[in-house]
Design a protein around this ligand. Sequence first.
Ligand code: MOS
Length: 757
Amino acid sequence: MPTTEETPTTSPIGRKTPRIDGPLKVSGTAQYASDFHFPGMLYAVPVEATIANGRVKKLDTAAAEKMPGVRTIFHRANIGKIFRSVKGEGLKRICEERRPPFEDDVVRYYGQYIGLAVADTFETAKAAADAVRVTYDKDKPNVENDLKADDDPAVIETTYGPEHRLESERGDPDAAFASAPVKLDQTYVTPTETHNPIELQGTTAIWDGSVLMLYEESQGIFNLRAVLAQMFGSPKENVRVITKFVGSGFGGKLWPWTHCPLAAAAASQLGKPVKLVISRKMMFQSVGHRARTQQRVRLGATPEGKLVSLQHDYVYQRSMLDAHHEDCGEATPFQYSVPNLRVKFGRAKRNIGATSSMRGPGAVPGLYATESAMNELADQLKIDSVRLRVLNEPKIDEGLGIPFSSRHLLECFELGAEKFGWSKRNPEVGSMKRDGLILGWGMAGGSWIATRAAAEASVELRDDGTARVACGTQDIGTGTYTILAQLASEKTGVLLDKIEVALGDTSLPAGPTSGGSQATASVVPAVLAAADHAIASLLTMAATTPGTQFEKRQPTDLAFEAGRVFVKADGPAKGVPFADLLRRANVRFVTGSGKSEAMSGEKKPKFSTHSFGCHFVEVTWQPEIARLRVSRVVTVIDAGRIINLLAGRNQIEGAVVMGIGMALLEHTSYDPQNGAPINSNLADYIVAVNADVPKLEVHFVDFPDKEINQLGARGIGEIGLAGIAAAITASVYHATGVRVRELPVRIEDLLTSSVLS
Ligand code: MOS
């Protein structure tokens, strides 16, 4: 089977390429959004509501206003006009919290901004925000964990547009389940999870006359521009967003949050640059989180293990005013072959901040449930869990009734099982041991959408032999700078260290959002086309400009290869480096632009496009002290062509680390008294760290997907998190005999283990 490790290549595509921006980052010279400083800049700190349901009765700002260095305490009465933004067509102007900040005095969640202190220093602004006295009319907040669907209609509006609550249906799932010889009916719960990128969110806003400049760590600068333009009633040309580096996002920085218009409004009122960086605590309150979900999965099967019915009914939490759709059923209709199926969802309003996308939104919690159910069914049937999946592998996407563009999940299982040594698994609980520890082995598969957004790019070839590639996308730590350089290098022959990459600025050609794992797939056609056009422009220049070696030729007589221009009839050996040509012609650069269309949103797609993958996990269990450790993970990913093996592997490793957190550690808890996310700091919200993570083994199967782009590259940011939690909980069961169906697995859950020494 082809795997990327074995593909020999001389092209920059597919190589293990260190990040070109690495030196800037390790030397501290990379400028993140809050590293920009401006003369006269002021600092803003929000006043946070300390109730989750009620009204602000009185905001006493007198003491705060008297503090030396305080400029203004903003609130409803003096912030000025902030308009509401509304969704545009398709995925234009997306925002998860639509109510403009300070629009009314109603508090919907703990930590809602109700005031903003602006001062000469951050410390003064913080002290002033703390000195604002607030009195409230309080109601009891609803942060109840148990989720029952609110009474919702058949079609609901969500952040991304209308959705049918009956998401997918075929055959007669009820009858097929009722008559199935083997049945499974279980409910799985995933907790609220909070994005914890190292870089805090924030904005530095500067008005230059009617033009608003925003330095913001955004995963989607063009969307941010469009939303903020509407909030300030400005033409979008009058808003510019700069995002040079992002200290990761995980979805939390996909769409604008309320701190951004607040900083912009304060800067407008005061006529000074204003910086507002939120605290780690606020990161848990006001910039989105993964919704808690409760998912009932019913499977019906034959004794041989063929699925006959699959029902997936889930409920997720949402905030009072907003409607992020946590699409847990995204993968359910196509992951397995099953003639009778229903996927349906409901929502439950809570007094919490807006829910939003977090790495693999919907599908990741959804696959935790469905893959866990498959593992339980395998145990019930006494069939190997890989074999159960192989038995139910679909030939086409049975949800849409169309073929997959490229699906090689079976190859992933085969390679993963081989690398892990799965055939040595003894299915009996607690039966496997090593060095006095009990071993648990489990596995699961997964998938994630693969698509391409619209993108534009430009490529310049310059007279010093360097090139510049520009695209208004972002690098959120995933390696986009390097990918853009690799693509330009592939076409122009210019080496990576001679390529300047410009991204993260809305004055550049419009680039894709760094979300949904689609930035790479989207920029490929645009950058390659831009490079082709730059080369065509070079050949025309060579044939039409006095002084070049090719002055008397037709552009069609000329060709370009590996950075050199030559007469086709003479062959590349007599070629001239493009820098020579440009210098002779006194031309500093030639340029080309390229554009590619979005493939999502097609009404009737010809192919179902997804990435696939699987995880094989080993845990060790030490019953004497109830210690559980993940000791080995083998992951195999089918994501089409991998453009940068080093950055690609790094993405999957990061996802597996996050998966260990999801399975064993991460959860946000709300205080039922005041509705506060109670563990809103990195000491109490536990993420997986080095000590929790064993050596990770990552493999890519190499099946380019030409439906996505000419290189066959799909995205890889999120697929690595799909299925891992189910693989870990299956390992936990195998080691301990305890079936945990509510994440994260806690030590308390395992104290009932029958596997005691
Ligand atoms: Mo991802 S949750 O689309 O940043």
